[in-house]
Design a protein around this ligand. Structure first.
Ligand code: SF4
Ligand code: F3S
Length: 106
């Protein structure tokens, strides 16, 4: 499965959503997650994300391993999103910030 990681927080560009053939993204207030039960490993979303937030589960950086379980947890909690929507208003500012896990609202 593929996993959304820290770079997405407070950006939420949603370019990833448009290419997913199985619509397995879910949306929260400032982050998207991938439903691991839906993802078919097509890899299409990876290149779409302007902040490179999406990794194969096997390639998630060590310091972001917690996002694997977090995507699964949030997929049970949040609603599906199937079309691109405008990014968060200050997405370009947040895109430059590396450590922003504490700003994730779940
Ligand atoms: Fe969807 Fe493919 Fe990305 Fe999985 S890898 S979330 S199936 S676009
Ligand atoms: Fe997030 Fe990147 Fe998608 S910022 S919403 S994973 S395009």
């Amino acid at each position: 499965t593929y996993v959304v990681t820290e770079a997405c927080i407070r950006c939420k560009y949603t370019d990833c959503v448009d290419v997913c053939p199985v619509d397995c993204f879910v949306e929260g207030p400032d982050f998207l997650a991938i439903d691991p039960d839906g993802c078919i490993d097509c890899t299409l979303c990876v290149a779409e994300c302007p902040v490179e937030a999406i990794f194969a589960a096997s390639d998630v950086p060590d310091e972001q391993q917690a996002f694997i379980a977090l995507n699964a947890e949030l997929a049970r909690k949040w609603q599906q999103i199937t079309e691109k929507i405008p990014a968060l208003p200050d997405a370009d500012d947040w895109a430059k910030i590396k450590n922003k896990r504490q700003f994730l609202n779940v």
